[in-house]
Design a protein around this ligand. Structure first.
Ligand code: ADP
Ligand code: MG
Length: 255
């Protein structure tokens, strides 16, 4: 992990109607860091990830990713909200892997991975194909390149989704409960791929209930409850000796 801060959220708040989904959230993630976010259902974990990659707009505060202020551009000393095209450019550097794999059903595994690089990044089909085949091999799916999502298990589909995120050459990948929709026997094959990705130096923010992954793979863990980031620090400490009783209660309940 380097000293460079890749993601920085400062006093981030987000309301839906009069419900405060995020309440002054602060978090820093360094380049090469794996940061887990844990917390009960409805605590704002998904909303926070969605704000980082601009699927939601924050109400107040600021988020920086890859050295840029998310959703805004600077002209002289003024800040302007980005338009859709500018947002799309900014989002390209941030991969996202969802609980439901969200693959294109009518495209093969290979086509799912090459779609973005060819149509968004402008890579040649040949270059995109070579990169995609290497990525599918890296997630253990070299043999499944020609298969459609419906022909793959949930674990295989999620590994394709990870390869697809990597195809866009992101500097950061957000994972939103990537193993929660999987049959229990398929969880480890996806966690193994995430483990490899972490070892390769990818910066990852991972919302998960997999305490083993949080403990063994992540550098830092943040606990969220009621839209607030309650506690954040080295995973070994947070998961064994949290300061906050709510963190302790949650960890005891999910263990
Ligand atoms: P988590 O991922 O921790 O389970 P979420 O971020 O999905 O929590 O949701 C936090 C709260 O915000 C929940 O109470 C949820 O119902 C609410 N929420 C999330 N998205 C919306 C939305 N688009 N409109 C209204 N309420 C929402
Ligand atoms: Mg969620």
């Amino acid at each position: 992990m380097s000293d460079e801060i890749l993601v920085k959220a400062v006093d981030v708040s987000k309301t839906f109607g009069d419900f405060k989904a995020l309440d002054n959230v602060n978090l820093e993630v360094r380049k090469g860091e794996v940061c887990c976010i844990i917390g009960p259902s409805g605590s704002g974990k998904s909303t926070f990830l969605r704000c980082i990659n601009l699927l939601e707009r924050i109400d107040s505060g600021a988020i920086w990713a890859n050295g840029e202020l998310i959703g805004y551009r600077r002209e002289g000393d003024k800040l302007y909200e980005m338009n859709d095209a500018q947002i799309a450019r900014q989002r390209r550097g941030i991969g996202m892997v969802f609980q439901r794999f969200n693959l294109f059903p009518h495209k093969t595994a290979l086509e799912n991975v090459t779609e973005g690089p060819v149509h968004v990044l402008g890579e040649t089909p040949k270059a995109a194909r070579e990169h995609a085949l290497a990525l599918l091999a890296s997630v253990g799916l070299a043999e499944k390149a020609g298969n459609y999502p419906a022909e793959l298990s949930g674990g295989q589909q999620q590994r394709v989704a990870i390869a697809r995120a990597l195809g866009m050459r992101p500097s950061l990948i957000l994972f939103d409960e990537p193993t929660s929709a999987l049959d229990p026997e398929l969880v480890s094959e996806v966690l193994d791929v995430m483990n490899d990705l972490a070892a390769s130096g990818m910066t990852m923010i991972v919302v998960t209930h997999e305490m083993g992954f949080a403990r063994n793979v992540s550098n830092n863990t943040a606990f969220m409850d009621g839209g607030k980031l309650i506690e954040h620090g080295p995973s070994a400490r947070i998961l064994s000796q949290p300061d906050n009783p709510r963190t302790a209660d949650f960890i005891r309940a999910v263990r």
